[in-house]
Design a protein around this ligand. Sequence first.
Ligand code: G6P
Ligand code: MG
Length: 213
Amino acid sequence: NVKACIFDLDGVIVDTAKYHYLAWKRLANELGFDFTEKDNERLKGVSRMESLEILLEIGQVEVDEKTKVELAEKKNGWYREYITKMDESEILPGAKEFIETLKENNFKVAIGSSSKNTMTILESINMVDYFDAIIDGNKITKAKPEPEVFLLGAEALGINPKECVVFEDAKAGIEAAKRAGMFAIGVGSPEILKDADKIIPSMKNLTLDILDF
Ligand code: G6P
Ligand code: MG
């Protein structure tokens, strides 16, 4: 029996995945190599510093620790220029409506994101008050695919992980949900999200039947 839904933020509630991609691509280009959308899939759901490590590996660039911190800050600066300009119009189709349906039917609703920019984004799109719990990159020690973010979400909601459903657009996020003992619904392409219990193309026109397992 499902009692709660935990939503990833980037790429599920709001289309910030494209801004992460643009900012990482700009960094890669500045470092002298190309960075494709396919490369970018590996960064989804992964923490900022781990994403940088993957990016540097792709470009075969070696830098010291201090430079890594500077590069990550640079990328975050560009990324924040995008997200602080966002508004409600960038909420992905169906996301807000489905969350409203969940609340009307007494399901608990949480955010489980690796992003340290979660609150900025939720404020930009005016959705802070929609969630019973918000677990973000500032509250976790291990990013997805570790299950910590979702387990903390279940704990904050007071719900057993077995009664939680996670909505995710990233491969690392599906793995995290499964390792947390939760149901996982992949939002996006079946090739990338094949380990999910169910896969939907978007949050558009979702009804509560999606929670029947
Ligand atoms: C999300 C995104 C990742 C991003 C991570 C950290 O999980 O899917 O692409 O790297 O958050 O985001 P941050 O905003 O803290 O740099
Ligand atoms: Mg995501």
